[in-house]
Design a protein around this ligand. Structure first.
Ligand SMILES: Nc1ncnc2c1ncn2[C@@H]1O[C@H](COP(=O)(O)OP(=O)(O)OP(=O)(O)O)[C@@H](O)[C@H]1O
Ligand SMILES: [Mg+2]
Length: 125
């Protein structure tokens, strides 16, 4: 069974369309998208002023979860960085996880077979 990795991208909602397009171009076969609320180092504010206490402010973001085995993890990360970077605070985060297993419910296939296109599997063996 080939190694599977989940890449989770949390970024600005206005980047979602370009992310979908970019990931499709590099051969990503599926994704899960959620509307989420979050904060990072600035606690959801534009700037942090030293010595000033702020309440935490939750900002709307999108969370995109992608599991790959054939498409290189580095390609997914590079695509996300290129698409999502504005250079301003709040561009987002990318988290990378190892995946133990995956199951395609319809067929019971497990592991890489659960996420690969059956037409492509023989090419990779
Ligand atoms: N430590 C964290 N754990 C979980 N989610 C996080 C964490 N940091 C950021 N996030 C998520 O990522 C979103 C975007 O974070 P953000 O880009 O503001 O991070 P940052 O560390 O403050 O970086 P920057 O300085 O570029 O703003 C947050 O709204 C939140 O959903
Ligand atoms: Mg921030």
């Amino acid at each position: 069974m080939r190694k599977m990795t989940k890449i989770e991208i949390i970024t600005r909602p206005e980047k979602l369309e370009a992310l979908k397009e970019g990931m499709n171009k590099i051969g990503v076969t599926g994704m899960t998208v959620s509307q989420v609320l979050g904060y990072g180092l600035q606690k959801g504010h534009r700037e942090v002023y030293r010595g000033t206490e702020y309440n935490v402010n939750l900002v709307p973001k999108v969370k995109v979860e992608i599991v790959v085995c054939e498409v290189p993890v580095e390609s997914v990360i590079e695509t996300a960085k290129t698409v999502c970077r504005t250079g301003n605070v709040g561009d987002g985060k990318i988290f990378v996880y190892g995946i133990d297993n995956a199951v395609r419910i319809r067929t019971g296939e497990e592991g890489d077979s659960a996420i690969l296109d059956p037409a492509d599997i023989h090419k990779l063996k």
